[in-house]
Write a protein that binds this ligand. Structure first.
Ligand SMILES: *[C@@H]1O[C@H](CO)[C@@H](O)[C@H](O)[C@H]1NC(C)=O
Ligand SMILES: *[C@@H]1O[C@H](CO)[C@@H](O)[C@H](O)[C@H]1NC(C)=O
Length: 420
């Protein structure tokens, strides 16, 4: 995802024109029966509520405040438009969480005929989409200011905090609001990582989930031999320290940091060369509809903290899935040991359905199999039947609905029969 960030930033994608304020919603007229984007430029510029409203789906905006003061936004599509088009308190609930530097838009940009959010709403689900702290929709805090370059406290979080604070706030809120005992969780990439964090650190949350549907959940990087990844690993501390020192704990869409990064690494250090150019945005994907790219890059990247990236860097460097490594003293104060503890995966007892892709260049198939081998209640560890499916095809791939979403839906229904 890091390559993607740089490339899209270099491609001149700017998010600054949009405002997270709900008042912004621009109600462009509804398009009956549309299955793809009917106007690429409009869809690229709208925010999530505007996008959903444009295709005639119901959309609600919900705010939660985490125990550590972050104010986060969720988007809800409570029912479908063509089928299951009435509110119903008995609908099964699904909560979907995006990956690194992304947002709830990931599950909508493919349009009503294809995107996971609309698909599950039409199939009878009450669909909730989260936005992790620090992204475009969740860039607020009770006391901390994300725009204060002299005090970067807002940005000192990784996906450990997303799992440990954001997810429980979302889940508790949704269950209270819907008066349901349990919900399904779907996570893409870091969205899966955060789920593993939550249920290993707070195992009491296991009983709140019907199933865990993990789309390329990121955990181990043992088998990933990509030069980009290997080059990032030893630099994780340098990268983070430098970024914080420069008042740039926010990775994207902070264009200054991108400029700095490009200047320092694309021209000087050859290890970063592969990240700086000559790559196609989606790697070798056969699936991405090129016409749709302005829509995808109108919504991603949506921002995150540098520490999310350095935490992944640590996992690569130490070849383990464990909590964030501070300095020795802070580790002792926070964890009671000089080195951070591993996330204890044997505490994750939710029925787990894991999906992975042959051509995923971030979350390698072998690394997913390693994770599958450690989940005590694994039901399915499924390779998507394609030789060319990649990491972003989970959210942007043409045909992902037939190749994958249908399968996820079947598994969700099966798990409701068994576990609800
Ligand atoms: C690609 O996207 C465009 C615009 O949304 C759509 O009109 C077209 O049908 C899509 N192509 C394929 C092959 O699905
Ligand atoms: C991990 O969790 C399991 C299940 O709760 C427990 O039996 C085991 O002792 C834990 N391991 C560590 C290293 O804490």
């Amino acid at each position: 995802m890091f390559t993607l960030l740089l490339l899209s930033a270099l491609a001149g994608v700017a998010l600054s024109g949009r405002s997270p304020n709900a008042d912004f919603i621009e109600r462009v007229f509804e398009v009956p029966g549309a299955r793809y984007s009917t106007d690429i430029l409009i869809d690229a510029k709208l925010d999530v509520p505007g996008l959903v409203a444009r295709y005639g789906y119901p959309i609600e905006i919900h705010e939660v405040t985490t125990a550590d003061g972050y104010i986060l936004t969720m988007h809800r599509i409570p029912h479908g438009k063509e089928r299951n088009n009435e509110p119903d308190a008995n609908k099964p609930v699904v909560f979907i969480m995006h990956g690194l530097v992304s947002s709830s838009a990931d599950f909508l940009v493919l349009g009503p005929g294809n995107a996971l959010g609309y698909y599950l709403a039409e199939e009878g689900y009450d669909v909730w989409l989260g936005n992790a702290r620090g992204n475009f929709y969740s860039r607020r805090h009770l006391n901390l200011n994300p725009d204060n370059f002299l005090n970067q406290a807002f940005w000192r979080f990784s996906w450990d905090q997303i799992g440990n604070y954001d997810l429980p706030a979302f889940v508790d809120y949704i269950l209270a609001k819907t008066v349901q005992p349990k919900l399904h969780y779907i996570g893409h990439s870091q969205g899966g990582t955060a789920f593993l964090v939550l249920n290993s650190l707070r195992p009491e949350y296991n009983e709140k989930f019907i199933s865990f549907q993990g789309m390329a959940p990121a955990s181990f990087f043992t088998h990933n031999n990509k030069a980009v990844f290997r080059s990032l690993a030893p630099l994780e501390t340098v990268l983070e320290t430098t970024a914080f020192a420069m008042g740039m704990g926010e990775v994207f869409p902070n264009m200054d940091f991108v400029e700095w990064f490009v200047r320092n690494y694309c021209l000087e250090a050859s290890v970063f060369e592969p990240m700086c150019g000559g790559l196609s945005i989606t790697g070798s994907s056969d699936y991405v509809n090129e016409t749709m790219q302005p829509v995808f890059f109108g919504h991603a990247p949506a921002g995150s903290s540098i520490r999310q990236i350095s935490h992944f860097g640590q996992n690569i460097r130490f070849d383990t899935f464990r909590r964030f490594n501070h300095n020795r003293l802070t580790n002792i104060l926070q964890y009671g040991s000089a080195t951070p503890p591993d996330y204890n995966l044997s505490r994750i007892t939710v029925p787990a359905y894991i999906y992975y892709a042959t051509m995923d260049s971030l979350v390698y198939p072998k690394d997913v199999l390693k994770l599958c081998g450690k989940l005590p209640n694994l039901v399915l560890c499924h390779r998507i039947p394609s030789e060319t499916f990649g990491h972003l095809d989970f959210i942007w791939g043409n045909g992902v609905r037939t190749l994958l979403y249908k399968k996820i839906l079947d598994q969700m229904r099966e798990s409701e029969d068994k576990y609800l």
